[in-house]
Design a protein around this ligand. Structure first.
Ligand code: SAM
Ligand code: DTB
Ligand code: SF4
Length: 328
């Protein structure tokens, strides 16, 4: 299908942000010949961002393992034998040391993740103290703590939190195959509380979980039809973890990952799209294609939450080879 044959008129101005994307339109984007798709993604990217800039975030697991949820991809669920043992919430001073190191190595945002279904009030206060301390260093702050109530979202906002990460993970149809302990609607509710509290939303999903092409359409449609687009959209490639139900789910065709990034870029033009988990197993050429497709953020540092990520020097060398640089 050429651009002219698409079942909708592409916006004359790629800067336009739409919230009325239909599944048919999104399916048609995925079906475009690769050069057409990449052209549209680049045109959209350049209408909103400098294509040579990449936002740099560093992740820290502040509370690892022992999670009661059953997310089929996750190393930290108590339901699966993955060799990850449950740890306590990290003390404030240790978190601040890690944040300082992240800042010194060039990150502009520090993301703290906890393996909780939802935070209890005592732990939330401790996380708020971490947010205050990290923010005082001049870093942007992000946390991902599971489901929140409206009051908890407001409390986090008062502590100065910039971003809350909470992913839709996949399409509404496929979701039940991956997680049974919380619903899609539960996730949408938390996202609404976060948005209403005035915190920036970081929300995306995972590719490579055995989902169909239509599930990728459904996931992007769900993200792009949120009342306000997430400011940050992490697209994760599944990190296959031995012991989880998805530990042997097969390798994804890398170009299908690139296509998903491009469709996220076109449908959510003003959002920062993060080439998130999965870079450790990706060639530099695939990562470069993801940047060309409109990805403009990465996780930086040798560890994600429990799984590996490229070393910093390797990433800086890659950005150097591509003539790209960290976003201020
Ligand atoms: N426990 C909280 C929650 O799930 O809401 C926060 C932490 S959780 C690890 C954050 C997100 O990381 C998940 O929603 C999922 O999208 C992503 N994630 C977890 N394990 C992953 C894996 N093995 N591969 C790719 N992404 C993963
Ligand atoms: C997101 O979308 N990806 C990050 C972050 N949000 C919290 C997590 C990736 C986790 C990869 C598996 C692990 O390291 O345990
Ligand atoms: Fe728990 Fe989050 Fe892992 Fe799900 S993804 S099992 S909620 S830590």
């Amino acid at each position: 299908m050429s651009l002219a044959e698409m079942p909708f008129a592409p916006p004359s101005n790629p800067a336009v942000v739409r919230h009325d994307w239909t599944r048919e339109e999104i399916r048609a984007l995925f079906a475009l010949p690769f050069p057409e798709l990449m052209f549209r993604a680049q045109e959209t990217h350049r209408a909103h961002f400098d294509p040579t800039e990449v936002q740099i975030s560093t992740l820290l697991s502040i509370k690892t393992g022992g999670c009661p949820e059953d997310c089929g991809y996750c190393s930290q669920s108590v339901k699966y034998d993955t060799g990850i043992k449950a740890e306590k919430l990290m003390p404030l001073d240790a978190v601040l040391r890690e944040a300082k190191a992240a800042k010194d190595s060039g990150a502009s945002r520090f993301c703290m993740g906890a393996a909780w279904r939802s935070p209890n009030e005592r732990d939330l206060e401790k996380v708020c103290a971490m947010v205050e301390g990290v923010k005082a260093m001049g870093l942007e702050t992000c946390v991902t703590l599971g489901m929140l109530t409206g009051a908890q979202a407001k409390r986090l906002k008062d502590s100065g939190l910039d971003y809350y990460n909470h992913n839709l993970d996949t399409s509404p149809e496929y979701y039940g195959q991956i997680i049974t302990t919380r619903t899609y609607q539960d996730r949408l509710d938390t996202l609404e509380y976060v948005r209403d509290a005035g915190i920036h939303v970081c929300c995306g999903g995972i590719i490579g979980m055995g989902e169909s092409a239509e599930d990728r359409v459904g996931m992007i449609a769900a993200l792009a039809s949120l009342p306000v687009h997430p400011e940050s959209v992490p697209i994760n490639l599944l990190m296959q973890v031995e012991g989880t139900p998805l530990g042997h789910s097969g390798k994804l065709e890398p170009l299908d990952f690139v296509r998903t990034i491009a469709v996220a870029r076109i449908t959510m033009p003003a959002s920062v799209v993060r080439l998130s988990a999965g870079r450790e197993d990706m060639s530099e050429e695939t990562q470069a294609l993801c940047f060309l497709a409109g990805a403009n953020s990465i996780f930086y540092g040798p560890k994600l939450l429990t799984t590996p990520n490229p070393n910093r020097d390797k990433d800086m060398a890659l950005l150097g080879k591509l003539g790209m640089r960290p976003m201020e």
